[in-house]
Design a protein around this ligand. Structure first.
Ligand code: PGA
Length: 259
């Protein structure tokens, strides 16, 4: 297992560059007052904020990394509206979210596109936060394990072996995203175990597996200990410094205690 849990704040389409700067500075102040050495922290602002956030992270030496919410599956060229891996790398972006359920359901991101995007990102040296997770129908039909296995298989098909170390998996059941209905720790624990088995069979026993879906400062510790999550991909609660840092704090305390 990787040594530390990872907490990623996915700001989605929230915060313009001024608000993004403010939130990043606030995170910096909290971390200056109390460093959180048992947890890795990343934020994924909207693309137009990346440059400002990158500058402030660097100039104020804030111990967090920068993630992008999206990247093109193409390297460059005539792709209006898209952003390339090279452009993100130039801004100091370390990782990118790929296959988020919102992009799959609202922007036509098929399993093929998810796989190509993951490959392009990793080939260019970006870490890939690969999202998977079942919808409510699959959960109710008891098909959640096969649903997730299938998503992982399709995403990793053709993924170059030498880049596997750049992968992190984020399990995000769709019914738990933005709904306030978190998966309970047993549901998370059994899916974590299932995904780890899948990964082990591909020689990926060190790959980190995160949980995402209505994570808060109140449920984070339980999801980490009983749920066995390797960290979190956080949406709503990452938009304010208090709620985001409450999760970071819970994870840090938990990891420090249980190590
Ligand atoms: P949520 O979003 O924390 O608001 O449920 C999680 C995500 O979409 O990554």
């Amino acid at each position: 297992m990787p040594s530390k849990p990872l907490v990623v704040g996915n700001w989605k389409m929230n915060h313009d560059y001024v608000e993004a700067l403010h939130l990043t500075q606030q995170i910096g102040v909290v971390l200056k007052n109390k460093s959180r050495e048992h947890v890795e922290i990343a934020v994924a602002p909207p693309s137009v904020d990346l440059r400002s956030v990158s500058s402030i992270i660097e100039s104020e030496r804030i111990p967090i990394s920068l993630a992008a919410q999206h990247v093109s599956m193409f390297d460059n060229g005539a792709h209006t509206g898209e952003i390339s891996v090279a452009m993100l790398k130039r801004l100091g972006v370390k990782s990118v979210i790929v296959g988020h359920s919102e992009r799959r359901s609202m922007y036509g991101q098929t399993d093929d596109i998810v796989a190509s995007t993951a490959q392009t990102a990793a080939r260019g040296g970006l870490e890939v936060l690969l999202c998977c997770g079942e919808n409510l129908d699959a959960r109710d039909a008891g098909e959640h394990f096969s649903f997730v296995s299938n998503q992982i298989a399709l995403a990793l098909d053709g993924f170059e072996k030498k880049n596997l170390e750049l992968l992190t998996i984020a399990y995000e059941p769709i019914w738990a995203i933005g709904t306030g209905r978190t998966a309970n720790s047993e549901q998370v624990a059994e899916m974590m175990a299932h995904i780890r088995l899948e990964l082990n069979s591909r020689g990926m026993s060190d790959t980190r597996v995160l949980y995402g879906g209505s994570v808060t400062g109140e449920n984070a510790a339980e999801l980490l200990t009983s749920g066995q999550a390797g960290g979190f991909l956080v949406g709503g609660a990452s938009l304010k410094v208090e709620s985001f840092m409450a999760i970071v704090e819970a994870v840090d305390d938990c990891y420090a205690k249980n190590r």
